[in-house]
Design a protein around this ligand. Structure first.
Ligand SMILES: [Zn+2]
Length: 124
C-alpha cells in the first residue's frame, strides 16, 4: 500500500483505539474514502493485549496486529500533536467569514478533545 495515495481519518483512528468496530481509517485527503477507492471500512477488533485491523481494501487483504499499549500511545501522541497544532489556526480562523472552511473544521474539535482525554487515562 502506497500511503502517499491515501489519508488517515484521525477521528476514525482515535475511535478505533477506544472501541471495536468498522472504521474508514484509510481515506482520501478530501475526507471521502470513495475517491481513494476505499469502499469497505477497516474492521478493528480488541483483545486483551492486541488491536487487530482487517482492512478489505486497498488490496491485498491483510491482517495487521498491534500491541494495545503501543496503539493507545501512538494514537494519543498523534491526536495530541494534531490538537496542539490546529489550536493555533482554529483561534485565528474562528471569526473568519469564509465560505470554504480550512481542514481544521473537518473534525469535531470537542469530540477529539474528549477522545484525547480518554486515551490519556488509558496510557498513564
Ligand atoms: Zn477525495
Amino acid at each position: 500500500m502506497d500511503f502517499r495515495n491515501y489519508a488517515t481519518d484521525i477521528e476514525a483512528l482515535s475511535l478505533s483505539s477506544l472501541k471495536e468496530g468498522a472504521y474508514f481509517i484509510i481515506t482520501c485527503a478530501c475526507g471521502c474514502p470513495g475517491c481513494a477507492g476505499i469502499d469497505m471500512p477497516v474492521r478493528v477488533t480488541h483483545e486483551k493485549e492486541y488491536v487487530t485491523w482487517y482492512p478489505a481494501n486497498p488490496l491485498p487483504e491483510r491482517i495487521l496486529t498491534f500491541k494495545k499499549e503501543d496503539y493507545h500511545y501512538s494514537i494519543y501522541s498523534l491526536l495530541n500533536e494534531y490538537l496542539v497544532t490546529t489550536e493555533r489556526y482554529r483561534r485565528k480562523f474562528m471569526n473568519a467569514d469564509w465560505h470554504m472552511k480550512p481542514s481544521v473544521y473537518l473534525y469535531n474539535h470537542k469530540y477529539l478533545l474528549q477522545m484525547r482525554e480518554k486515551l490519556a487515562k488509558l496510557i498513564l
